[in-house]
Design a binder for this molecule. Sequence first.
Ligand SMILES: Cc1cc2nc3c(=O)[nH]c(=O)nc-3n(C[C@H](O)[C@H](O)[C@H](O)COP(=O)(O)OP(=O)(O)OC[C@H]3O[C@@H](n4cnc5c(N)ncnc54)[C@H](O)[C@@H]3O)c2cc1C
Length: 482
Amino acid sequence: MVPLRGMRLPLLLLLLNTTFGSAYHWFNWQYEVGCQSDTFIAPADEAEVVRFLKEEFPEQSHIKVVGNGHGFGNLTTCINKGATNRTSHIVSLANLKKLQINKDMTVTVGAGWDVYDLVNELKNHNLSFDYLGAMRVQNIVGAISTGTHGTGQEITNMATQVVALRVVDARGNLKSINEYSNPEELKAFRVNLGALGLITEVTLKVQPTHFLKKTTKVLNATTDYNQLYTEIADLYKEHDRMTVWGPHFNWDAEAEDWIIEPTFFASWWEQTNYTGTGNCTLNYCANGCGDCIKDYICYDETSDAVSAPPQGICSSQFYAEIEHFFPMEHFVDAAVNYTKFQQAQTPRMKGFENQKMIFQLRALKGDDSYMSPANTYNLDSDSSGVFGILEIDWIQSVNHWDTLYNNQEFAYEFQEEFGALYNARSHWNKMSPNDPKHTLSVFPKLPQFLQIQERQDPNCQFVNEFLVNQLGIDRCRAALNL
Ligand SMILES: Cc1cc2nc3c(=O)[nH]c(=O)nc-3n(C[C@H](O)[C@H](O)[C@H](O)COP(=O)(O)OP(=O)(O)OC[C@H]3O[C@@H](n4cnc5c(N)ncnc54)[C@H](O)[C@@H]3O)c2cc1C
């Protein structure tokens, strides 16, 4: 990770040509992860993508394709200029804005679409996505490539909506992959981590727009975590599509301890016949935003009911976040032990600028994308195939690098502590620690993924340190000077 001190700028993604040395800087959304390349390339169309990659293949240049940088880790960083003797390029496909509405309830879109704009455009055609993340701030391919998801025991991640895509490999060869001609390969490309080439367009399932009813209920907190999470697990038996925002903790500076807030809340979504005005987006309640701990019912079109637009992101301070997926059968045990493990770290948090700690719980139906954190390949035959998802956000009172590094340090430790115990998998773009042995155990299709990766990228042009270390791509170590 390359820390860039003092950056306080209002955009999600910033690409700056610095005045010294003509380096291009890429930053993630909260500007604490970044890298510097030699060039920034934004091809005008797919043909230019092909031409660019054909030219760069003999040069073996480093190429990192970026979306909107809405992540917490080093997945999307380019190779720093000068780190090797190869040229380093950052590529954005923002200009690829094709939009084709197909007759079979699918849409084909260029890689340049942001989820927010695409959702708005689809509404003009009375179409919508059923599955979105809690916020629609990503680039569409960036979201798919990491397995971005919402919540629901009958709902899978966004990548499962992909029925076809077009990808350009390192040699500049363009390939179409779809569920009819190459269904097995599509499973590798859905959650691709940016490692398999530049995806120029995707075809996704859509549905007619319809309303959902969202019910939000205040829940009582207790430090009897067994009781707390058993009650939540019982709620999951009643509500298929539910997010629990909590428990919430506040940092007590005098006691130097986390104090649990007495209440928190859960929201669940159901089908409805409602046809009136949509009113869920009036209160985003995403990211701990707004006046959220209260009972209310609202109705909105699916995308507005389940996910917040960029305006719904209210925390502008640094925060660290983990998100782990584990089989739903472990839900209570895992949630109790994650919470206790976090509390055991409290002495390490004294003297820093912490403010809030928010747990978020969701559920997700498993799927068969090779690198999906909710892949079902190693589950027992009697498993439900549903995953519980636990997220912890450590939110700071001010932007403070040492606090961030301190929190990130122990954020990484959760996987070591619980990965094997609960068959837990990290979200690829949220503080996922380097552990190729664990990666192989929870992603049994990793060898097949890496075979395709080598075919698509024989000279290690698309990989970075994160991918090499996480996936154990040892053939690329020398190319990156690792
Ligand atoms: C505040 C916040 C809230 C979030 N909420 C959720 C949530 O509710 N659920 C969830 O699952 N996640 C959530 N995330 C994580 C987020 O959805 C993922 O990190 C997602 O990958 C971000 O997309 P992006 O375009 O911004 O990413 P980037 O980091 O820019 O890109 C992600 C990956 O996609 C690759 N990529 C991008 N474009 C292409 C292309 N054309 N071809 C090939 N590869 C490409 C990149 O190389 C990289 O590997 C959240 C993140 C933040 C910061």
